[in-house]
Design a protein around this ligand. Structure first.
Ligand SMILES: Nc1ncnc2c1ncn2[C@@H]1O[C@H](COP(=O)(O)OP(=O)(O)OP(=O)(O)O)[C@@H](O)[C@H]1O
Length: 572
Protein backbone atom coordinates (compact mmCIF):
# COMPACT_ATOMS: atom_id res chain seq x y z
CA UNK A 1 0.00 0.00 0.00
CA UNK A 2 1.38 3.42 -0.93
CA UNK A 3 2.22 5.95 1.73
CA UNK A 4 -0.47 8.30 0.41
CA UNK A 5 -3.12 5.63 0.69
CA UNK A 6 -2.34 4.59 4.24
CA UNK A 7 -3.76 7.72 5.94
CA UNK A 8 -6.89 7.46 3.75
CA UNK A 9 -7.49 3.90 4.89
CA UNK A 10 -6.80 4.83 8.52
CA UNK A 11 -9.13 7.75 8.10
CA UNK A 12 -11.80 5.46 6.65
CA UNK A 13 -11.56 3.05 9.56
CA UNK A 14 -11.58 5.92 12.05
CA UNK A 15 -14.74 7.29 10.47
CA UNK A 16 -16.26 3.81 10.40
CA UNK A 17 -15.58 3.27 14.09
CA UNK A 18 -16.87 6.73 14.98
CA UNK A 19 -20.20 5.87 13.35
CA UNK A 20 -20.32 2.26 14.56
CA UNK A 21 -19.01 2.67 18.10
CA UNK A 22 -22.10 4.22 19.74
CA UNK A 23 -24.04 1.02 19.06
CA UNK A 24 -21.32 -1.36 20.20
CA UNK A 25 -21.05 0.40 23.54
CA UNK A 26 -24.79 1.08 23.88
CA UNK A 27 -27.29 -0.59 26.19
CA UNK A 28 -27.67 -3.24 23.45
CA UNK A 29 -23.97 -4.12 23.59
CA UNK A 30 -24.39 -7.52 25.25
CA UNK A 31 -26.75 -8.67 22.52
CA UNK A 32 -24.56 -7.10 19.87
CA UNK A 33 -21.30 -8.75 20.90
CA UNK A 34 -23.08 -12.02 21.75
CA UNK A 35 -24.70 -12.20 18.32
CA UNK A 36 -21.45 -11.25 16.63
CA UNK A 37 -19.60 -14.05 18.43
CA UNK A 38 -22.34 -16.48 17.43
CA UNK A 39 -22.29 -15.42 13.78
CA UNK A 40 -18.48 -15.66 13.65
CA UNK A 41 -18.62 -19.16 15.14
CA UNK A 42 -21.24 -20.26 12.64
CA UNK A 43 -19.24 -18.78 9.75
CA UNK A 44 -16.16 -20.66 10.87
CA UNK A 45 -18.38 -23.74 11.25
CA UNK A 46 -19.22 -23.43 7.56
CA UNK A 47 -15.56 -23.32 6.63
CA UNK A 48 -15.01 -26.44 8.77
CA UNK A 49 -17.89 -28.17 6.95
CA UNK A 50 -16.31 -27.28 3.60
CA UNK A 51 -13.09 -28.93 4.72
CA UNK A 52 -15.11 -32.06 5.60
CA UNK A 53 -16.80 -32.03 2.20
CA UNK A 54 -13.44 -31.72 0.56
CA UNK A 55 -12.12 -34.93 2.07
CA UNK A 56 -15.48 -36.58 1.37
CA UNK A 57 -14.86 -35.93 -2.38
CA UNK A 58 -11.75 -38.03 -2.13
CA UNK A 59 -13.54 -40.91 -0.42
CA UNK A 60 -16.57 -40.82 -2.67
CA UNK A 61 -14.83 -40.73 -6.05
CA UNK A 62 -12.39 -43.42 -4.99
CA UNK A 63 -15.32 -45.76 -4.26
CA UNK A 64 -16.42 -45.09 -7.87
CA UNK A 65 -13.00 -45.70 -9.30
CA UNK A 66 -12.63 -48.90 -7.25
CA UNK A 67 -16.19 -50.03 -8.11
CA UNK A 68 -16.73 -50.30 -4.35
CA UNK A 69 -20.55 -50.40 -4.00
CA UNK A 70 -20.47 -50.80 -0.21
CA UNK A 71 -18.08 -47.88 0.26
CA UNK A 72 -20.21 -45.89 -2.19
CA UNK A 73 -23.29 -46.41 -0.02
CA UNK A 74 -21.42 -45.46 3.15
CA UNK A 75 -20.11 -42.32 1.47
CA UNK A 76 -23.65 -41.41 0.48
CA UNK A 77 -24.78 -41.71 4.11
CA UNK A 78 -21.88 -39.57 5.19
CA UNK A 79 -22.87 -36.97 2.61
CA UNK A 80 -26.36 -36.97 4.15
CA UNK A 81 -25.01 -36.12 7.62
CA UNK A 82 -22.61 -33.53 6.31
CA UNK A 83 -25.22 -31.87 4.12
CA UNK A 84 -27.72 -31.78 7.00
CA UNK A 85 -25.21 -30.16 9.35
CA UNK A 86 -24.15 -27.70 6.63
CA UNK A 87 -27.74 -26.67 5.92
CA UNK A 88 -28.53 -26.09 9.60
CA UNK A 89 -25.38 -24.00 10.10
CA UNK A 90 -25.96 -22.03 6.87
CA UNK A 91 -29.57 -21.21 7.81
CA UNK A 92 -28.68 -20.00 11.30
CA UNK A 93 -25.54 -18.15 10.18
CA UNK A 94 -27.76 -15.96 7.96
CA UNK A 95 -30.57 -15.79 10.51
CA UNK A 96 -28.38 -14.48 13.32
CA UNK A 97 -26.45 -12.16 11.00
CA UNK A 98 -29.73 -10.58 9.92
CA UNK A 99 -30.90 -10.45 13.54
CA UNK A 100 -27.77 -8.48 14.40
CA UNK A 101 -28.26 -6.32 11.30
CA UNK A 102 -31.82 -5.28 12.16
CA UNK A 103 -31.03 -4.65 15.85
CA UNK A 104 -28.06 -2.47 14.89
CA UNK A 105 -30.04 -0.66 12.17
CA UNK A 106 -32.96 -0.05 14.53
CA UNK A 107 -30.69 1.40 17.18
CA UNK A 108 -28.75 3.54 14.68
CA UNK A 109 -31.92 4.81 12.99
CA UNK A 110 -33.41 5.90 16.31
CA UNK A 111 -30.07 7.49 17.23
CA UNK A 112 -29.85 9.50 13.97
CA UNK A 113 -33.53 10.46 13.99
CA UNK A 114 -33.20 11.73 17.56
CA UNK A 115 -30.09 13.69 16.70
CA UNK A 116 -31.79 15.22 13.67
CA UNK A 117 -35.02 16.08 15.49
CA UNK A 118 -33.52 17.32 18.75
CA UNK A 119 -32.95 21.03 19.37
CA UNK A 120 -34.82 21.83 16.15
CA UNK A 121 -31.78 20.69 14.19
CA UNK A 122 -34.01 19.61 11.29
CA UNK A 123 -35.01 23.27 10.83
CA UNK A 124 -31.62 24.81 11.50
CA UNK A 125 -29.95 22.34 9.12
CA UNK A 126 -31.62 24.19 6.25
CA UNK A 127 -29.98 27.42 7.38
CA UNK A 128 -26.43 26.09 7.32
CA UNK A 129 -25.26 26.04 3.76
CA UNK A 130 -23.37 22.78 4.11
CA UNK A 131 -24.60 20.70 1.22
CA UNK A 132 -26.46 18.07 3.17
CA UNK A 133 -28.72 16.55 0.61
CA UNK A 134 -31.84 14.87 1.90
CA UNK A 135 -31.56 13.93 5.59
CA UNK A 136 -34.42 11.51 4.87
CA UNK A 137 -32.20 9.56 2.49
CA UNK A 138 -29.30 9.54 4.94
CA UNK A 139 -31.52 8.11 7.67
CA UNK A 140 -33.68 5.78 5.60
CA UNK A 141 -31.07 4.40 3.18
CA UNK A 142 -27.52 5.08 4.27
CA UNK A 143 -27.90 3.87 7.84
CA UNK A 144 -29.31 0.57 6.54
CA UNK A 145 -26.56 0.24 3.94
CA UNK A 146 -23.86 1.09 6.43
CA UNK A 147 -24.96 -1.66 8.79
CA UNK A 148 -25.54 -4.23 6.08
CA UNK A 149 -22.27 -3.61 4.17
CA UNK A 150 -20.22 -3.42 7.39
CA UNK A 151 -21.48 -6.83 8.48
CA UNK A 152 -21.39 -8.62 5.14
CA UNK A 153 -17.98 -7.24 4.27
CA UNK A 154 -16.29 -8.00 7.57
CA UNK A 155 -17.85 -11.43 8.03
CA UNK A 156 -17.31 -12.29 4.36
CA UNK A 157 -13.66 -11.28 4.56
CA UNK A 158 -13.13 -13.24 7.75
CA UNK A 159 -14.68 -16.34 6.21
CA UNK A 160 -12.68 -15.97 3.00
CA UNK A 161 -9.39 -15.51 4.81
CA UNK A 162 -10.02 -18.58 6.99
CA UNK A 163 -11.11 -20.56 3.90
CA UNK A 164 -8.02 -19.44 2.07
CA UNK A 165 -5.67 -20.40 4.87
CA UNK A 166 -7.34 -23.81 5.31
CA UNK A 167 -7.57 -24.70 1.64
CA UNK A 168 -4.23 -23.35 0.50
CA UNK A 169 -2.73 -25.88 2.91
CA UNK A 170 -4.95 -28.67 1.60
CA UNK A 171 -4.35 -27.76 -2.05
CA UNK A 172 -0.62 -27.48 -1.47
CA UNK A 173 -0.47 -30.98 0.01
CA UNK A 174 -2.76 -32.49 -2.60
CA UNK A 175 -1.35 -30.91 -5.70
CA UNK A 176 2.19 -32.22 -5.30
CA UNK A 177 5.06 -30.89 -7.37
CA UNK A 178 4.92 -30.05 -11.09
CA UNK A 179 8.05 -31.00 -12.97
CA UNK A 180 8.86 -29.84 -16.48
CA UNK A 181 11.89 -29.15 -18.64
CA UNK A 182 12.89 -25.59 -19.33
CA UNK A 183 15.97 -24.76 -21.37
CA UNK A 184 17.42 -28.23 -20.81
CA UNK A 185 17.03 -28.26 -17.02
CA UNK A 186 14.19 -29.68 -14.94
CA UNK A 187 12.05 -27.16 -13.13
CA UNK A 188 9.95 -28.22 -10.11
CA UNK A 189 7.08 -26.12 -8.83
CA UNK A 190 5.82 -27.22 -5.43
CA UNK A 191 2.12 -26.87 -4.68
CA UNK A 192 1.62 -25.74 -8.28
CA UNK A 193 -2.20 -25.91 -8.06
CA UNK A 194 -2.09 -23.18 -5.42
CA UNK A 195 -0.20 -20.89 -7.79
CA UNK A 196 -2.58 -21.77 -10.60
CA UNK A 197 -5.58 -20.91 -8.39
CA UNK A 198 -4.02 -17.58 -7.33
CA UNK A 199 -3.17 -16.61 -10.91
CA UNK A 200 -6.59 -17.73 -12.13
CA UNK A 201 -8.35 -15.64 -9.47
CA UNK A 202 -6.12 -12.59 -10.01
CA UNK A 203 -6.72 -12.58 -13.77
CA UNK A 204 -10.46 -13.28 -13.51
CA UNK A 205 -11.26 -10.89 -10.71
CA UNK A 206 -8.91 -8.23 -12.09
CA UNK A 207 -10.65 -8.24 -15.47
CA UNK A 208 -14.08 -8.30 -13.74
CA UNK A 209 -13.15 -5.22 -11.73
CA UNK A 210 -11.85 -3.41 -14.80
CA UNK A 211 -14.96 -4.24 -16.81
CA UNK A 212 -17.27 -3.55 -13.88
CA UNK A 213 -15.74 -0.25 -12.80
CA UNK A 214 -18.09 1.96 -14.87
CA UNK A 215 -21.01 0.13 -13.22
CA UNK A 216 -20.33 1.84 -9.88
CA UNK A 217 -20.88 5.31 -11.35
CA UNK A 218 -23.78 4.16 -13.50
CA UNK A 219 -25.55 2.51 -10.55
CA UNK A 220 -25.10 5.68 -8.54
CA UNK A 221 -26.58 7.77 -11.37
CA UNK A 222 -29.43 5.30 -11.79
CA UNK A 223 -30.44 5.73 -8.15
CA UNK A 224 -30.22 9.47 -8.52
CA UNK A 225 -32.33 9.59 -11.71
CA UNK A 226 -34.91 7.28 -10.14
CA UNK A 227 -35.05 9.56 -7.08
CA UNK A 228 -35.39 12.67 -9.30
CA UNK A 229 -38.24 11.05 -11.18
CA UNK A 230 -39.98 10.00 -7.96
CA UNK A 231 -39.53 13.49 -6.55
CA UNK A 232 -41.13 14.93 -9.71
CA UNK A 233 -44.16 12.67 -9.26
CA UNK A 234 -44.46 13.56 -5.56
CA UNK A 235 -44.34 17.28 -6.40
CA UNK A 236 -47.26 16.88 -8.80
CA UNK A 237 -49.22 15.07 -6.11
CA UNK A 238 -48.43 17.70 -3.50
CA UNK A 239 -49.20 20.63 -5.79
CA UNK A 240 -52.08 18.92 -7.55
CA UNK A 241 -54.49 21.81 -7.16
CA UNK A 242 -52.17 24.58 -8.31
CA UNK A 243 -51.03 22.56 -11.32
CA UNK A 244 -54.63 21.72 -12.24
CA UNK A 245 -55.68 25.37 -11.94
CA UNK A 246 -52.76 26.48 -14.10
CA UNK A 247 -53.73 23.71 -16.55
CA UNK A 248 -50.09 22.72 -16.27
CA UNK A 249 -50.48 19.01 -16.89
CA UNK A 250 -48.89 19.18 -20.35
CA UNK A 251 -45.89 20.96 -18.96
CA UNK A 252 -45.65 18.48 -16.08
CA UNK A 253 -45.92 15.59 -18.53
CA UNK A 254 -42.96 17.00 -20.44
CA UNK A 255 -40.89 17.53 -17.30
CA UNK A 256 -41.65 14.04 -16.01
CA UNK A 257 -40.95 12.60 -19.46
CA UNK A 258 -37.59 14.35 -19.49
CA UNK A 259 -36.73 13.02 -16.04
CA UNK A 260 -37.77 9.51 -16.98
CA UNK A 261 -35.70 9.72 -20.16
CA UNK A 262 -32.63 10.01 -17.94
CA UNK A 263 -33.72 6.82 -16.15
CA UNK A 264 -34.09 5.00 -19.46
CA UNK A 265 -30.87 6.27 -21.05
CA UNK A 266 -28.82 5.43 -17.99
CA UNK A 267 -30.44 2.01 -17.82
CA UNK A 268 -29.34 1.34 -21.41
CA UNK A 269 -25.77 2.19 -20.44
CA UNK A 270 -26.09 -0.13 -17.47
CA UNK A 271 -27.41 -2.89 -19.73
CA UNK A 272 -24.47 -2.50 -22.14
CA UNK A 273 -21.96 -2.63 -19.29
CA UNK A 274 -23.69 -5.60 -17.71
CA UNK A 275 -23.70 -7.42 -21.02
CA UNK A 276 -19.97 -6.87 -21.48
CA UNK A 277 -19.37 -8.06 -17.95
CA UNK A 278 -21.61 -11.12 -18.25
CA UNK A 279 -19.76 -12.23 -21.42
CA UNK A 280 -16.61 -12.42 -19.38
CA UNK A 281 -17.92 -13.64 -16.00
CA UNK A 282 -19.92 -16.50 -17.55
CA UNK A 283 -16.93 -17.51 -19.64
CA UNK A 284 -14.57 -17.40 -16.65
CA UNK A 285 -17.12 -19.16 -14.42
CA UNK A 286 -17.58 -21.99 -16.95
CA UNK A 287 -13.84 -22.28 -17.40
CA UNK A 288 -13.41 -22.53 -13.62
CA UNK A 289 -15.41 -25.78 -13.66
CA UNK A 290 -13.09 -27.53 -16.06
CA UNK A 291 -9.82 -25.65 -15.67
CA UNK A 292 -8.50 -27.25 -12.45
CA UNK A 293 -9.36 -30.71 -13.83
CA UNK A 294 -7.37 -29.99 -16.97
CA UNK A 295 -4.39 -28.70 -15.01
CA UNK A 296 -4.41 -31.60 -12.54
CA UNK A 297 -5.27 -34.33 -15.09
CA UNK A 298 -1.67 -35.11 -16.17
CA UNK A 299 -0.90 -36.44 -12.66
CA UNK A 300 -4.10 -38.51 -12.73
CA UNK A 301 -3.22 -40.05 -16.08
CA UNK A 302 0.28 -40.65 -14.83
CA UNK A 303 -1.44 -42.61 -12.02
CA UNK A 304 0.14 -40.34 -9.42
CA UNK A 305 -3.25 -39.49 -7.95
CA UNK A 306 -6.53 -41.45 -7.89
CA UNK A 307 -9.88 -40.13 -9.16
CA UNK A 308 -10.78 -39.11 -5.56
CA UNK A 309 -7.57 -37.05 -5.33
CA UNK A 310 -8.35 -35.35 -8.63
CA UNK A 311 -11.86 -34.43 -7.49
CA UNK A 312 -10.57 -33.29 -4.11
CA UNK A 313 -8.07 -31.02 -5.86
CA UNK A 314 -10.88 -29.71 -8.01
CA UNK A 315 -13.02 -28.89 -4.96
CA UNK A 316 -10.10 -27.31 -3.06
CA UNK A 317 -9.27 -25.22 -6.14
CA UNK A 318 -12.89 -23.99 -6.17
CA UNK A 319 -12.64 -22.98 -2.51
CA UNK A 320 -9.35 -21.12 -2.95
CA UNK A 321 -10.58 -19.43 -6.11
CA UNK A 322 -13.91 -18.46 -4.46
CA UNK A 323 -12.19 -17.01 -1.38
CA UNK A 324 -9.67 -15.03 -3.43
CA UNK A 325 -12.44 -13.81 -5.71
CA UNK A 326 -14.34 -12.49 -2.70
CA UNK A 327 -11.28 -10.80 -1.20
CA UNK A 328 -10.21 -9.10 -4.43
CA UNK A 329 -13.82 -8.30 -5.37
CA UNK A 330 -14.46 -6.72 -1.99
CA UNK A 331 -12.33 -3.74 -3.04
CA UNK A 332 -15.24 -2.51 -5.13
CA UNK A 333 -17.65 -3.05 -2.21
CA UNK A 334 -15.12 -1.11 -0.16
CA UNK A 335 -15.66 1.89 -2.47
CA UNK A 336 -19.40 1.67 -1.86
CA UNK A 337 -18.85 1.31 1.87
CA UNK A 338 -16.55 4.35 1.88
CA UNK A 339 -19.20 6.40 0.04
CA UNK A 340 -21.83 5.47 2.66
CA UNK A 341 -19.43 6.27 5.52
CA UNK A 342 -18.56 9.62 3.92
CA UNK A 343 -22.22 10.54 3.49
CA UNK A 344 -23.05 9.65 7.10
CA UNK A 345 -19.98 11.51 8.36
CA UNK A 346 -21.00 14.65 6.42
CA UNK A 347 -24.54 14.31 7.72
CA UNK A 348 -23.40 14.02 11.33
CA UNK A 349 -21.09 16.98 10.89
CA UNK A 350 -23.88 19.10 9.40
CA UNK A 351 -26.23 18.22 12.25
CA UNK A 352 -23.48 19.13 14.75
CA UNK A 353 -22.87 22.43 12.94
CA UNK A 354 -26.60 23.15 12.99
CA UNK A 355 -26.74 22.33 16.69
CA UNK A 356 -23.84 24.67 17.37
CA UNK A 357 -25.45 27.63 15.59
CA UNK A 358 -26.14 30.33 18.14
CA UNK A 359 -29.56 30.56 19.72
CA UNK A 360 -31.14 32.92 22.18
CA UNK A 361 -31.55 31.09 25.43
CA UNK A 362 -34.62 32.46 27.20
CA UNK A 363 -33.82 33.48 30.75
CA UNK A 364 -36.40 32.53 33.36
CA UNK A 365 -38.15 35.58 34.83
CA UNK A 366 -40.93 35.86 37.38
CA UNK A 367 -43.54 37.38 35.09
CA UNK A 368 -44.40 37.75 31.40
CA UNK A 369 -41.99 38.27 28.54
CA UNK A 370 -39.13 40.73 28.25
CA UNK A 371 -36.97 41.70 25.28
CA UNK A 372 -33.90 43.86 25.72
CA UNK A 373 -31.67 45.10 22.92
CA UNK A 374 -32.75 42.35 20.61
CA UNK A 375 -31.03 42.38 17.22
CA UNK A 376 -32.37 40.24 14.43
CA UNK A 377 -30.48 39.83 11.15
CA UNK A 378 -30.69 37.80 7.96
CA UNK A 379 -28.19 34.95 7.53
CA UNK A 380 -26.05 37.31 5.42
CA UNK A 381 -25.87 39.80 8.30
CA UNK A 382 -28.36 42.38 6.93
CA UNK A 383 -30.13 43.91 9.90
CA UNK A 384 -33.89 43.39 10.16
CA UNK A 385 -34.55 44.68 13.68
CA UNK A 386 -32.12 46.54 15.89
CA UNK A 387 -32.23 47.19 19.61
CA UNK A 388 -35.77 46.02 20.16
CA UNK A 389 -37.06 46.46 23.70
CA UNK A 390 -40.40 45.13 24.81
CA UNK A 391 -41.99 44.18 28.10
CA UNK A 392 -45.25 42.24 28.18
CA UNK A 393 -47.34 40.84 31.03
CA UNK A 394 -50.55 38.86 31.53
CA UNK A 395 -53.35 40.02 29.23
CA UNK A 396 -51.05 42.04 26.92
CA UNK A 397 -51.63 41.90 23.20
CA UNK A 398 -49.34 43.16 20.42
CA UNK A 399 -49.93 43.38 16.70
CA UNK A 400 -46.77 43.28 14.58
CA UNK A 401 -47.10 45.07 11.25
CA UNK A 402 -44.78 46.02 8.45
CA UNK A 403 -44.13 45.61 4.78
CA UNK A 404 -43.30 42.23 3.34
CA UNK A 405 -39.75 41.15 4.11
CA UNK A 406 -39.33 43.57 7.01
CA UNK A 407 -38.64 40.69 9.40
CA UNK A 408 -41.95 40.08 11.17
CA UNK A 409 -41.88 36.29 10.83
CA UNK A 410 -38.18 36.26 11.61
CA UNK A 411 -38.87 38.08 14.87
CA UNK A 412 -41.29 35.30 15.84
CA UNK A 413 -38.71 32.68 14.82
CA UNK A 414 -36.21 34.43 17.09
CA UNK A 415 -38.67 34.42 19.98
CA UNK A 416 -39.26 30.71 19.38
CA UNK A 417 -35.52 30.17 19.69
CA UNK A 418 -35.12 28.60 16.27
CA UNK A 419 -33.55 31.59 14.43
CA UNK A 420 -29.78 31.52 14.92
CA UNK A 421 -29.11 35.06 13.71
CA UNK A 422 -30.47 36.95 16.70
CA UNK A 423 -28.73 38.36 19.74
CA UNK A 424 -29.97 40.08 22.84
CA UNK A 425 -31.83 39.35 26.01
CA UNK A 426 -35.03 37.34 26.10
CA UNK A 427 -36.69 36.73 29.43
CA UNK A 428 -39.66 34.36 29.62
CA UNK A 429 -41.72 33.51 32.67
CA UNK A 430 -40.66 30.09 33.88
CA UNK A 431 -42.96 27.06 33.73
CA UNK A 432 -45.09 28.49 30.96
CA UNK A 433 -46.25 27.17 27.63
CA UNK A 434 -45.87 28.88 24.26
CA UNK A 435 -47.71 28.14 21.03
CA UNK A 436 -46.64 29.40 17.62
CA UNK A 437 -49.16 29.34 14.77
CA UNK A 438 -48.04 30.02 11.22
CA UNK A 439 -49.89 31.09 8.10
CA UNK A 440 -49.85 27.56 6.72
CA UNK A 441 -50.80 25.45 9.72
CA UNK A 442 -49.17 22.09 10.06
CA UNK A 443 -51.61 19.19 9.93
CA UNK A 444 -49.97 16.01 11.24
CA UNK A 445 -50.79 12.69 9.60
CA UNK A 446 -53.58 11.09 11.62
CA UNK A 447 -57.01 11.98 12.94
CA UNK A 448 -58.61 15.42 13.00
CA UNK A 449 -58.82 15.16 16.78
CA UNK A 450 -55.04 14.67 16.96
CA UNK A 451 -54.59 17.66 14.63
CA UNK A 452 -56.71 19.78 16.99
CA UNK A 453 -54.44 19.06 19.95
CA UNK A 454 -51.10 18.90 18.09
CA UNK A 455 -48.42 18.69 19.50
CA UNK A 456 -50.08 17.93 22.85
CA UNK A 457 -51.80 14.76 24.02
CA UNK A 458 -55.35 14.25 22.79
CA UNK A 459 -58.15 14.79 25.30
CA UNK A 460 -61.54 13.16 24.87
CA UNK A 461 -63.63 16.24 25.62
CA UNK A 462 -66.22 15.78 22.86
CA UNK A 463 -68.56 18.41 24.34
CA UNK A 464 -65.99 21.18 24.16
CA UNK A 465 -64.76 20.09 20.73
CA UNK A 466 -68.32 20.13 19.36
CA UNK A 467 -68.90 23.59 20.78
CA UNK A 468 -65.65 24.95 19.36
CA UNK A 469 -66.08 23.41 15.91
CA UNK A 470 -69.60 24.85 15.70
CA UNK A 471 -68.38 28.26 16.78
CA UNK A 472 -65.65 28.13 14.12
CA UNK A 473 -68.16 27.14 11.41
CA UNK A 474 -66.67 23.64 11.19
CA UNK A 475 -69.67 21.68 12.54
CA UNK A 476 -69.66 19.58 9.36
CA UNK A 477 -66.36 18.07 10.47
CA UNK A 478 -67.76 16.74 13.75
CA UNK A 479 -68.65 13.26 12.41
CA UNK A 480 -65.15 12.98 10.92
CA UNK A 481 -63.29 13.76 14.14
CA UNK A 482 -61.63 10.37 14.40
CA UNK A 483 -61.19 9.81 10.69
CA UNK A 484 -57.59 9.42 9.54
CA UNK A 485 -56.86 11.39 6.39
CA UNK A 486 -54.32 13.67 4.74
CA UNK A 487 -56.08 16.65 6.30
CA UNK A 488 -53.73 19.22 4.82
CA UNK A 489 -55.07 18.20 1.38
CA UNK A 490 -58.67 17.64 2.41
CA UNK A 491 -59.29 20.91 4.25
CA UNK A 492 -59.19 24.37 2.69
CA UNK A 493 -56.49 26.73 3.94
CA UNK A 494 -59.16 28.71 5.80
CA UNK A 495 -60.44 25.54 7.48
CA UNK A 496 -56.90 24.57 8.45
CA UNK A 497 -56.33 28.03 9.93
CA UNK A 498 -59.55 27.67 11.94
CA UNK A 499 -58.40 24.30 13.28
CA UNK A 500 -55.10 25.93 14.30
CA UNK A 501 -56.89 28.73 16.13
CA UNK A 502 -59.07 26.20 17.95
CA UNK A 503 -55.81 24.50 18.92
CA UNK A 504 -54.86 27.74 20.71
CA UNK A 505 -58.21 27.82 22.53
CA UNK A 506 -57.96 24.16 23.56
CA UNK A 507 -54.33 24.33 24.65
CA UNK A 508 -54.60 27.80 26.25
CA UNK A 509 -50.88 28.59 26.16
CA UNK A 510 -49.37 31.33 28.30
CA UNK A 511 -47.81 32.90 25.22
CA UNK A 512 -49.49 32.74 21.85
CA UNK A 513 -47.67 33.85 18.68
CA UNK A 514 -49.70 34.00 15.49
CA UNK A 515 -48.08 34.67 12.12
CA UNK A 516 -50.83 35.76 9.71
CA UNK A 517 -52.84 32.86 11.04
CA UNK A 518 -56.16 34.27 9.87
CA UNK A 519 -55.04 35.42 6.41
CA UNK A 520 -57.38 32.98 4.64
CA UNK A 521 -60.48 33.73 6.76
CA UNK A 522 -63.36 36.00 5.79
CA UNK A 523 -63.72 39.12 7.93
CA UNK A 524 -66.66 37.69 9.94
CA UNK A 525 -64.92 34.38 10.62
CA UNK A 526 -61.77 36.24 11.62
CA UNK A 527 -63.72 38.42 14.06
CA UNK A 528 -65.48 35.48 15.74
CA UNK A 529 -62.29 33.47 16.12
CA UNK A 530 -60.05 36.36 17.20
CA UNK A 531 -62.62 37.25 19.84
CA UNK A 532 -62.66 33.68 21.13
CA UNK A 533 -58.86 33.39 21.07
CA UNK A 534 -58.49 36.69 22.89
CA UNK A 535 -60.98 35.53 25.49
CA UNK A 536 -59.00 32.30 25.97
CA UNK A 537 -55.77 34.30 26.23
CA UNK A 538 -57.02 36.88 28.72
CA UNK A 539 -54.43 35.78 31.27
CA UNK A 540 -51.69 35.23 28.73
CA UNK A 541 -49.72 37.18 26.14
CA UNK A 542 -50.91 37.30 22.55
CA UNK A 543 -48.64 38.48 19.74
CA UNK A 544 -49.92 38.50 16.18
CA UNK A 545 -48.40 39.31 12.83
CA UNK A 546 -50.92 40.60 10.32
CA UNK A 547 -51.69 43.12 7.63
CA UNK A 548 -55.47 43.50 8.01
CA UNK A 549 -56.74 46.75 9.43
CA UNK A 550 -59.46 44.91 11.40
CA UNK A 551 -56.85 43.17 13.54
CA UNK A 552 -56.04 46.36 15.47
CA UNK A 553 -59.34 45.85 17.28
CA UNK A 554 -58.00 42.83 19.17
CA UNK A 555 -54.66 44.26 20.20
CA UNK A 556 -53.67 46.95 22.66
CA UNK A 557 -50.24 47.71 21.20
CA UNK A 558 -48.75 47.74 17.73
CA UNK A 559 -45.16 47.13 16.72
CA UNK A 560 -44.39 48.56 13.30
CA UNK A 561 -41.35 47.03 11.59
CA UNK A 562 -39.86 49.30 8.93
CA UNK A 563 -36.98 47.05 7.87
CA UNK A 564 -33.25 47.97 8.13
CA UNK A 565 -33.49 47.69 11.89
CA UNK A 566 -36.14 50.42 12.29
CA UNK A 567 -39.20 49.81 14.43
CA UNK A 568 -41.83 51.71 16.46
CA UNK A 569 -43.99 50.54 19.34
CA UNK A 570 -47.27 52.37 19.95
CA UNK A 571 -50.37 51.94 22.05
CA UNK A 572 -53.58 51.63 20.08
N1 LIG B 1 -34.00 30.90 5.70
C1 LIG B 1 -33.70 32.10 5.23
N2 LIG B 1 -32.57 32.27 4.55
C2 LIG B 1 -32.25 33.48 4.03
N3 LIG B 1 -33.02 34.59 4.16
C3 LIG B 1 -34.16 34.47 4.84
C4 LIG B 1 -34.58 33.22 5.41
N4 LIG B 1 -35.75 33.42 6.02
C5 LIG B 1 -36.07 34.73 5.84
N5 LIG B 1 -35.12 35.36 5.13
C6 LIG B 1 -35.12 36.75 4.69
O1 LIG B 1 -35.37 37.58 5.82
C7 LIG B 1 -36.20 38.66 5.43
C8 LIG B 1 -37.38 38.73 6.40
O2 LIG B 1 -38.22 37.61 6.18
P1 LIG B 1 -39.59 37.43 6.99
O3 LIG B 1 -40.15 36.14 6.59
O4 LIG B 1 -39.31 37.68 8.41
O5 LIG B 1 -40.44 38.61 6.40
P2 LIG B 1 -41.91 39.08 6.79
O6 LIG B 1 -41.78 40.47 7.28
O7 LIG B 1 -42.56 38.10 7.68
O8 LIG B 1 -42.57 39.06 5.34
P3 LIG B 1 -44.05 38.62 4.87
O9 LIG B 1 -44.96 39.71 5.29
O10 LIG B 1 -43.90 38.56 3.38
O11 LIG B 1 -44.36 37.32 5.48
C9 LIG B 1 -36.62 38.44 4.00
O12 LIG B 1 -35.85 39.30 3.17
C10 LIG B 1 -36.29 36.99 3.74
O13 LIG B 1 -35.88 36.84 2.41
Amino acid sequence: MSAAKAPTVRHLFRNFWRIAKPYWVSEDKLYAWGLLALVISLSLGLVYMNVQFNSWYNEFYNTLQNLDAKGFKAALYKFGYLAFAYIVIAVYAIWFQQMLEIRWRKWATIHYTQKWLSENNFYRLQLTDANTDNPDQRIAEDVGQFVSISLSLSLGLLRSVVTLVSFIGILWTLSGPLKFMLGGSEVTIHGYMVWVAIIYALIGTGITILLGRPLVGLNFMQQRYEADFRFGLVRVRENAESIALYAGSKDEQERLGYRFLNVVNNFWSLMRMNKRLTWFTSFWGQLAIIFPLIVAAPRFFAKEIPLGGLMQINSAFGQVYGALDFIIGSFSTLANWKAVIDRLTTFERSVDTAAQLPRINPQPISQGLELKQLNVTKPNGEVLLADLNLELGAGDTVLIRGKSGSGKSTLLRSLAGIWPYAQGYLGVQSNTRSLFLSQKPYMPLGSLRAALYYPNDVEQDDGQIAELLTMAGLAHLLPRLDEIDAWSHVLSLGEQQRIALLRAILVKPDFLFMDESTSALDADGEAVLYQAVREAMKNGVMISVGHRVGLTEYHAQVLDCHGNGQWALNTL
